[in-house]
Design a protein around this ligand. Structure first.
Ligand code: CP
Ligand code: NVA
Length: 305
């Protein structure tokens, strides 16, 4: 088993399915008011270079619910690269806490922290990947549909969400259709690795520039912001490029039975309309709820196996 949860591509299908099953179980226990104290006395450090609502709150609350404790670290406190090297930060934290969640701009910083730390490191989002979100997304899909048969369409930017969905689908052998502009496809290194994983798992993955083709008859339609954190300078240009990919009622009409997914936060009126986000086919708050349980299952897996 990998020490870290940095990329879904590092994990086996069996392990990811076990985590998803435990996440579903933890959700049921939570709803019954039960709080298994599986991580009693354990500490989690959370290092965030970017803003967060869901990731911060769900990791901290999740740790508390399992009997553990979480500590939030801001970049100006830690000063990676100015006050101290990433390697020294990872070595120090490994002497004090049991697990580290890191949300960074550069993916290589999370990889470096993971390589040096002797404790597990969890990717809480980088410019490249957002694996914890995809675990919650797949838990949400599995609540509505047989995971293996579900046709998931992702439209918009080939960003960290698209990359992680590609890895999740390709490891687990799922059906994923992507529609992005040719200029904003998922990262080449991700596509190559996903192709290899899909060849082994039997995943059916397609890409096109046509959002209608991608969503037609899909069971789930997923989108994410067009301007991710750190890309704010490109906002106006991105608004133009991605306009044909807006998830609105007209596009959703091509997938009359589809549920709507979005990792949130949404830029309402850009990648998704209010009508769709607030509509009765939207399950975006189920996704957000499942962050709590998917991540508790990830933490348990890393800390107690
Ligand atoms: N979806 C998600 O990761 O949300 P936050 O940026 O609020 O953590
Ligand atoms: N692509 C978005 C995801 C936010 C959860 C971003 O990186 O800002």
């Amino acid at each position: 088993m990998p020490k870290d949860f940095v990329s879904l591509a590092d994990w086996s299908a069996d392990a990811l399915r076990e985590i998803l099953a435990r996440a579903a179980e933890l959700k049921q226990l939570h709803r019954r008011g039960e709080r298994p104290q599986t991580l009693q006395g354990r500490s989690l450090a959370m290092f965030f270079e970017k803003p967060s609502l869901r990731t911060h709150v769900t990791f901290e609350a999740g740790m508390t619910q399992l009997g553990g404790h979480a500590i939030l670290l801001r970049p100006d406190q830690v000063g990676i690269g100015t006050r101290e090297s990433a390697a020294d930060v990872a070595t120090n934290l490994s002497r004090w806490v049991d697990v580290l969640v890191a949300r960074t701009f550069s993916h290589s910083l999370v990889e470096e922290l993971a390589a040096v730390a002797t404790i597990p490191v969890v990717n809480g989002l980088t410019d490249l990947l957002h694996p914890c979100q995809v675990m919650a997304d797949l838990q949400t899909v599995a609540e509505r549909h047989t995971l293996d048969d579900a046709v998931i369409a992702y439209i918009g930017d080939g960003n960290n969400m698209a990359n992680s969905l590609l890895f999740g689908a390709s490891v687990l052998g799922l059906k994923l259709r992507l529609a992005t502009p040719g200029s904003h496809r998922p990262a080449l290194r991700v596509r190559k690795q996903a192709d290899e994983l899909a060849a082994a798992s039997g995943a059916v993955i397609s890409w096109s520039e046509d959002p209608v083709e991608a969503v037609r008859g899909a069971d789930f339609v997923y989108t994410d912001v067009w301007t991710s954190m750190g890309q704010e300078d490109e906002h106006d240009l991105r608004l133009e490029i991605f306009q044909p990919y807006q998830l609105n009622a007209e596009l959703l009409a091509h997938a009359p039975d589809a549920w709507v997914l979005h990792c949130l936060p949404a830029h309402r009126g850009e990648e998704i309309t209010d009508e769709v986000l607030d509509g009765d086919r939207s399950i975006v708050f189920d996704q957000a709820e499942n962050r709590l349980h998917a991540q508790k299952a990830i933490l348990e897996r890393l800390l107690i196996g």
